[in-house]
Design a binder for this molecule. Structure first.
Ligand SMILES: [Fe+2]
Ligand SMILES: [Fe+2]
Length: 281
């Protein structure tokens, strides 16, 4: 049973806003699932990070629509958005610094109460203004997640849709969140392999530009996977995801070339920056 069951009472009747709100509810549900299972804390951090990123994106789109529709209470609405975005970001930073000191249930309750209250009371108030101004809705629909994250960076014009990325990760919640982030960024093809063996199978059946692999893959580890990939002639850069960056020393001893190490949990902005470093000429 989902922590928050989506219902028609959340719907504004503006497709892009309803779709964004569904993504946010889905992320809250995923965070709840991750906190209830004995999953890796990184799964919770990753979902929290995605929630922070997607909230930022959603608020930008919604504010664009409000501005274009001359919504009279836009200033107060923006203050609410800024407060929620800052609190969510603070929670994520605190979690990232010391996850064992954070009560995940409290974070979840706080964010879900805040967000649901905001949608039901404050977002509903903009509904008549947007329904009366569909041009404003179109303007907001055009806001790109990738462009928003990449603003002010050299990769703002990079064509993410041509990329094919393979994720080899044995934690399903983490793999799903990573896939959702990469898809939201605009990556054209995102393939997930949940086991070492499945990862090797995918290497043989698809061509990929970049590989993300977890340091730990059940009985095997990410280094074995890189060994196997290189033995099969796969030259795509590999980004190793790990909870402990010290593990890079072990890889160095093994003489393997890992293009980059990323410490979990990662944010969308960090993922984009990493992909850009590997892919943008
Ligand atoms: Fe909203
Ligand atoms: Fe809002």
């Amino acid at each position: 049973m989902a922590y928050i069951q989506w219902s028609s009472r959340f719907e504004l009747g503006i497709p892009f806003i309803d779709a964004d709100h569904k993504v946010l509810v889905d992320l809250l549900n995923r965070m709840n699932d991750a906190s209830r299972s004995d999953g890796d804390l990184a799964d919770i951090g990753e979902t929290l990070s995605a929630l922070v990123d997607y909230t930022h994106y959603h608020f930008a789109r919604e504010e664009r629509a409000q501005f274009a529709a001359h919504y009279p209470d836009i200033r107060e609405h923006r203050v609410q958005h800024a407060a929620l975005a800052n609190q969510a970001k603070d929670l994520f930073e605190t979690f990232r610094k010391n996850s064992s000191h954070v009560e995940v249930g409290d974070i979840l309750d706080f964010l879900s109460d805040w967000l649901m209250d905001h949608i039901l009371l404050h977002d509903m108030a903009i509904k008549p203004y947007l329904l009366a101004n569909l041009e404003a809705v179109s303007a907001a629909e055009g806001v790109s997640y990738a462009a928003l994250l990449a603003a002010n960076s050299k990769d703002a014009t990079f064509d993410w849709s041509r990329l094919s990325i393979l994720i080899v990760e044995d934690s399903k919640p983490f793999a799903n969140v990573l896939k959702a982030i990469l898809t939201n960024i605009g990556v054209g093809t995102v393939t997930v392999a949940l086991t070492f063996e499945e990862g090797l199978e995918k290497l043989g059946s698809l061509s990929c530009d970049l590989i993300f692999t977890d340091w730990r893959l059940g009985e095997n580890d990410g280094l074995d996977f890189v060994h196997q990939a290189r033995m099969r002639g796969i030259v795509a850069p590999v980004v190793m995801l790990t909870g402990y960056l010290d593990e890079s020393l072990e890889a160095a001893r093994e003489g393997l070339v890992i293009s980059e190490w990323l410490q979990k949990p990662v944010t969308s902005a960090e993922l984009m920056a990493c992909i850009a470093r590997q892919m943008v000429p």
